[in-house]
Design a binder for this molecule. Structure first.
Ligand code: URP
Ligand code: ZN
Ligand code: ZN
Length: 477
């Protein structure tokens, strides 16, 4: 027997990239793809993918792990359980947020977040920043320096008292993004409208979880999306509107694109598979599980989101994994038992289910092509945050981050997931596929049955400039 040429060969793969689908063997050495072709030489390890689609490992460019919260609230997933869960669902790169608290230096927030990640991650990770206190020091020194060091994206909030910026502050940070080539992500909901509606609802005793959706109707998102677009136009900088929930925001983004403005958009599984009814049709507290912002809308809006995924409106499909236990005072029941909706921590878990949901209900159901799936879940997020071509593709020289898909019926059950959250909003949902293998830099981290842990194997990635331009196709309306 000859000495193996490769560390690993994946044979007979049906390789899908954002642009092509082709049959090939994949040769891996030192964690990188070194050859694509037919009848490759031997590998030390071989995996036969006959009849199976192989896609790039997912890049989940919007997730929250071990993000400091106001006591008693605490995230249930840190870098260990969060990246474990990611790997078992086919995601091999995560980009959570180093969040600046008001009064804190941005540098201190980044240093703290590195300590939280160090030695714990099973897959590679980068950081976005959250800018909540854009002092002159942050704008002139910290942010430019951090961008140069590989933190090339940051999120700003138009809502949440502890995070929100006013329009002048947003203009200031957008100007830094323009000058230094960073990607600005915007959470677009009008804070004053939400506060006004919340006070009215609470005064009327309407405090059950379902009223969360009443306090954040679509116009609140529409107005803020339009304002964010106008602010970006004034500064002349591309922006990314994150977690777009439905028609009103989509129309604003389509309008902006029609004007030739560089406005990117992200959506998430909750806007395809949940509706406001999941927050409760009566006053039951169970709907707290699905409290997130913006809230899920209705079936008609789900169709709007599907159309935007199919026709190129959306650039990214992310989980917005925000892990809070349901049955815990540090989670969805803050302060003990049943809290008014305005006290329920926002967000739902979804790192592990993001890729299988879109593969099953998007690709296999004929709503989006396989290549578009790859673009949305891996290639575009890698490009948007300057990680491409190392991440997000299947190409010689790139990291061997790969998913081999098993097309078989699967029922989502929380006790089979690998996060540390005590529920999934998708409990009982029937899927038609799940990863048979996830490989992270050539190492099998998930084999369809078992997770192969190695905390610390995940490396910190410094991001480059976004390479997502030119803009995606213009929309059809
Ligand atoms: O409800 C949400 N989306 N929670 C996570 C934080 C955020 O705004 O993305
Ligand atoms: Zn947000
Ligand atoms: Zn988020």
């Amino acid at each position: 027997m000859s000495i193996p040429t490769f560390d690993l060969v994946i044979r007979n793969a049906l390789v899908a990239t954002a642009s092509d689908t082709f049959a090939a063997d994949i040769g891996v050495n030192g964690g990188r793809i070194v050859q694509l072709g037919s009848s490759l030489a031997n590998g030390k390890r071989e995996i036969d993918a006959l009849g199976r689609v192989v896609t790039p490992g997912g890049v989940d460019a919007h997730c929250h792990l071990d993000q400091p919260m106001q006591a008693p609230v605490r995230m249930a997933d840190g870098f260990d359980s969060g990246t474990r869960s990611a790997a078992c669902g086919g995601t091999t790169t995560v980009i959570p947020f180093a969040a600046q608290a008001k009064g804190q230096s941005l540098r201190a927030a980044v240093d703290d977040y590195h300590r939280r990640a160090e030695g714990r991650a099973h897959v590679d990770y980068a950081f976005h920043l959250i800018v909540s206190d854009p002092t002159p020091q942050v704008l002139r020194e910290e942010l430019p320096a951090l961008i140069a060091e590989g933190y090339t994206s940051f999120k700003v909030y138009m809502t949440y008292d502890d995070l929100k910026l006013d329009d002048g502050q947003i203009l200031d940070v957008l100007d830094v993004a323009r000058q230094h080539g960073a990607m600005a992500m915007i959470h677009a909901e009008n804070a004053d409208c939400i506060e006004w509606l919340t006070k009215k609802l609470e005064a009327a005793g309407r405090t059950a979880p379902r009223f969360h959706a009443h306090s954040r109707p679509m116009l609140v998102e529409r107005e803020a999306t339009h304002r964010a677009i106008a602010l970006a136009e004034l500064v002349d900088v591309p922006i990314l509107i994150v977690h777009v929930s439905g028609r009103d925001a989509v129309e604003q983004i389509r309008w902006a694109r029609g004007q030739g403005l560089k406005v990117f958009a992200e959506t998430c599984p909750q806007y395809l598979f949940l509706t406001a009814e999941d927050l409760g049709i009566d006053n039951s507290y169970a709907g707290a599980r699905c409290v997130c912002s913006p809230p899920p809308r209705d079936k008609g809006n789900q169709e709007v989101i599907w159309n935007g995924l199919a026709d190129g409106l959306f650039t990214l499909f992310s989980s917005d994994h925000a892990p809070f236990d349901y049955d815990a005072p540090e989670g969805k029941k803050p302060g003990g038992e049943e809290a008014p909706f305005s006290h329920i921590p926002n967000g739902i878990p979804g790192l592990e289910t993001r890729m299988p949901l879109l593969y099953s209900k998007g690709v296999l159901a004929g709503r989006i092509t396989l290549n578009r799936f790859v673009e949305l879940t891996a290639t575009n997020p890698a490009k948007a945050y300057g990680l491409h071509p190392r991440k997000g593709s299947i190409a010689v020289g790139g990291d061997a981050d790969l998913v081999i898909w098993d097309e078989r019926p699967v029922t989502i059950r929380n006790d089979r997931l690998h996060h540390d959250v005590d529920y999934t909003p998708y409990e009982g949902m029937q899927l038609q596929a799940w990863p048979a293998f996830t490989l992270a830099r050539g190492e099998v981290v998930w084999d369809g049955q078992a997770f192969h842990p190695r905390p610390g194997r995940g490396q910190f990635l410094r991001c480059g400039e976004p390479t997502i331009l030119p803009l995606p196709r213009k929309s059809s309306i």
